[in-house]
Design a protein around this ligand. Structure first.
Ligand SMILES: NC(=O)c1ccc[n+]([C@@H]2O[C@H](COP(=O)([O-])OP(=O)(O)OC[C@H]3O[C@@H](n4cnc5c(N)ncnc54)[C@H](O)[C@@H]3O)[C@@H](O)[C@H]2O)c1
Length: 378
């Protein structure tokens, strides 16, 4: 198994330990100073975010990419100076100098690629959504447990200073009992004109699984992942199959639009909290691109994006919005740095597969509720 060896004699794995030994200090463990990274799927998010994110780090090196499309894998390897490019990710996974991979394929391949990588001894950062459905997601989480390798899901919003602040305040009790939340991921005219995003079989669904998943995860993170017990949802397909609708994110193939273009849901949690969710690729609404949520607590409340926080003291209403937050945080890059840190230091990942699986279970239940026209008990 090619997991990072704590005892191997490979030069990369023992350099730090050798240095410590020379200084007379006892090495805590022999981890590589620089871990090798493989990329499965060399498309938009890989080239836009993952590869540049790893290349900013001193403790990671992208050694290979894989993509069945020659132009994509060659383009990525030439643009980023990556030594090797594979058509078949299973060939790439045979390399011992790859310790971790990013799975940046379309959704329908997340489970297959992730499980193969985990079983080949690699740690995995899998893009969101974790999987097409909870059955796949459970198999991924099981594979991570079975192999002892790490599985992280690409929920980069959790790395924004705003959501990190909200999480700290929520955890400290500043909002009291958080009994209600409202989550929105709304595009006004944003059906993607590329990729597999309008194909139910390849993407698992539309805006709910593609962008709603981000805000649902972030809201649950701030709420502390309460246990969902019932879900009622409805999806709509009002625009996607029409040719007369403006395409601001490219022109999609309206004849092959098989996903929802709007979804709404009510989620009930153990203990009585509830959450409502709305997500659209296209809707007649004011905002053109709204990724937001609101938290309602009995001591305080908050809105994400823009960040605002509210409370009452001495019978006086106060806005307690922070006046200072860290600037210039690139959340995607922070996510990648966090993943690498977890691998190098053998610490838990910040956005674990188990939590991403809970998000996937809720999404499944929203689709199921809509199909059945009934509340789904979890
Ligand atoms: N977190 C975010 O902000 C964010 C943004 C965009 C996309 N994503 C997610 O990233 C994933 C990829 O999206 P994208 O926009 O990069 O799509 P894309 O279509 O641009 O890229 C996907 C790539 O995977 C490749 N691929 C297909 N089959 C493969 C295989 N068997 N082995 C290796 N590669 C294979 C394709 O050829 C393509 O180059 C999706 O799951 C999407 O939801 C996340």
């Amino acid at each position: 198994m090619a997991r990072i060896s704590r005892t191997s004699g490979k030069p990369a794995a023992t350099k730090g330990a050798a240095k410590s030994a020379a200084k007379g200090t006892r090495a805590k463990r022999a981890t590589p100073e620089t871990i090798g990274i493989g990329i499965i799927g060399a498309g938009g998010i890989a080239q836009g975010v993952h590869i540049p994110g790893y290349q900013k780090l001193s403790n990671a090196r992208v050694v290979a990419v894989s993509d069945p499309i020659e132009a994509s894998r060659r383009g990525a390897s030439e643009k980023f100076g990556i030594e090797d490019a594979y058509a078949d990710f299973r060939e790439m996974l045979k390399r011992d100098d790859i310790h971790a991979v990013s799975v940046t394929t379309p959704n329908f391949l997340h489970a297959e690629a992730t499980i193969a990588a985990l079983e080949a001894g690699k740690h995995v950062l899998c893009e969101k959504p974790l999987a097409m459905n909870a059955t796949e997601g459970q198999a991924m989480v099981d594979a991570a447990r079975r192999t002892g390798n790490k599985l992280m899901c690409g929920f980069h919003y959790r790395f924004t200073p705003e959501i990190q602040t909200l999480k700290r305040f929520a955890q400290s009790g500043a909002f009291g009992d958080m009994y209600y939340a409202r989550t929105q991921a709304l595009r006004r005219r944003g059906i993607p004109g590329w990729g597999m995003f309008i194909n139910k079989e390849k993407n698992g669904g539309g805006p709910l699984i593609d962008i709603g998943v981000h805000m649902l995860d972030s809201t649950l993170h701030v709420l502390g992942f309460p246990k969902p017990i019932a879900v009622s949802g409805q999806t709509y397909q009002k625009f996607g199959k029409r040719r007369d609708v403006l395409g601001l994110m490219g022109q999609w193939d309206y004849k092959n639009f098989t996903v929802e273009d709007f979804a709404a849901a009510l989620i009930r949690f153990e203990g009585g909290a509830t959450l409502t969710l709305e997500s659209s690729f296209v809707a007649n609404t004011e905002e053109s691109d709204k990724m937001t949520f609101q938290i309602f607590g009995d001591k305080g409340g908050a809105t994400y994006n823009p960040l605002k926080m509210y409370t009452e003291q001495n019978k006086t209403l106060l806005d307690i919005t922070p006046v200072h937050l860290p600037r210039n945080v690139q959340a995607h890059h922070a996510e990648i740095a966090s993943f690498v840190e977890s691998v190098v230091n053998d610490t838990p990942v910040f956005t674990p597969g188990e939590e991403a699986l809970q998000v996937t279970r809720i999404i499944d239940a929203i689709y199921e509720s809509s199909e059945r026209g009934a509340e789904v008990r979890l």
